[in-house]
Write a protein that binds this ligand. Structure first.
Ligand code: CMP
Length: 260
């Protein structure tokens, strides 16, 4: 469908639109309705937009039909990519919070042709891997997407000390491929082993403490790293699960939520 931008708002009482896909909105205007099919991707030039998610998967009638407010998107932000990337129904309802908000709308075909492989390259790179990471399984697709946006990949040959006990913690690691082991000083035996989909490096970031063990690659490994800021910003929803993992001195802890 090659709809014109104005059609994006044909059911939402848009009072004004400019050519070139630039749209000006009134107060409390519903730009995207959860459950609908995706048509446009939006970039916010001015103003802000509240994001609501109804757990049923679609906007419902009645005063609570919007569901819970899960975020706000400010100028410079964007929204509406999920439905276009995955062909899924709109995952949230988006409403303008003030009069005079300005949006740029990009139709699905242009979005797929121009933006999908560049702007959202990391998401596409990491999406299937992140779906299989047990610690992230309780997150929504959107939450996993935001993590993917912030990840970097690093490769290490076998025998590399990826994390050194006692160092300050700067990053969190997800093991993409290969195997690694954790060691405490004074012992030759690993206190924990890691395989694809496992994570390490969370303790120093959670507790603002020095690294509690060294992590060494057993084979050649590929790790996806998330910096401290990204960890704090994006992994809040799974923090309590991570904190539940117990690390006995020298004994590998058994935690079904951790080792998948
Ligand atoms: P899409 O599903 O196409 O339409 C609704 C958009 O809301 C979605 O893409 C995301 O861009 C955006 N969004 C912002 N916050 C969330 C959230 N917490 N859950 C789902 N979508 C969100």
């Amino acid at each position: 469908m090659t709809a014109q931008p104005s059609q994006a708002f044909s059911t939402s009482n848009c009072n004004y639109h400019m050519p070139s896909n630039c749209l000006m909105l009134t107060y409390l205007q519903q730009v995207i309705t959860q459950g609908d099919q995706g048509d446009f991707f939006y970039v916010v030039e001015k103003g802000s937009f509240d994001v609501y998610v109804n757990p049923s998967g679609a906007l419902q009638p009645g005063p609570d039909g919007l569901g819970k407010q899960v975020g706000t998107i400010q100028s410079g932000g964007s929204f509406g990519e999920l439905a276009l990337m995955y062909g899924s129904p709109r995952a949230a309802t988006i409403i303008s919070t003030e009069a005079g908000c300005t949006l740029w709308a990009l139709d699905r075909i242009t979005f797929r042709r121009i933006l999908m492989d560049s702007t959202f390259q990391r998401r596409r790179l990491y999406e299937s891997f992140l779906e299989e990471v047990p610690i992230l399984s309780t997150l929504t697709k959107y939450e996993r997407s935001k993590i993917a946006d912030a990840l970097d990949t690093q490769k290490f040959p076998a025998g590399t000390t990826i994390i050194k006990e006692g160092d300050a913690g700067e990053a969190f690691y997800l093991l993409e491929s290969g195997e690694a082991e954790a060691f405490k000083s004074g012992s030759q035996n690993p206190v924990r082993s890691y395989k694809k989909g496992d994570y390490f490096g969370e303790l120093a970031l959670l507790n603002d403490a020095p690294r509690a063990a060294s992590v060494v690659s057993k084979t050649e490994v590929k790790v996806a790293t998330l910096g401290k800021d990204g960890f704090q910003r994006l992994l809040g929803p799974v923090e309590s699960i991570m904190r539940r993992t117990t690390y006995d001195e020298g004994v590998e802890a058994v935690d079904p939520l951790h080792q998948g």
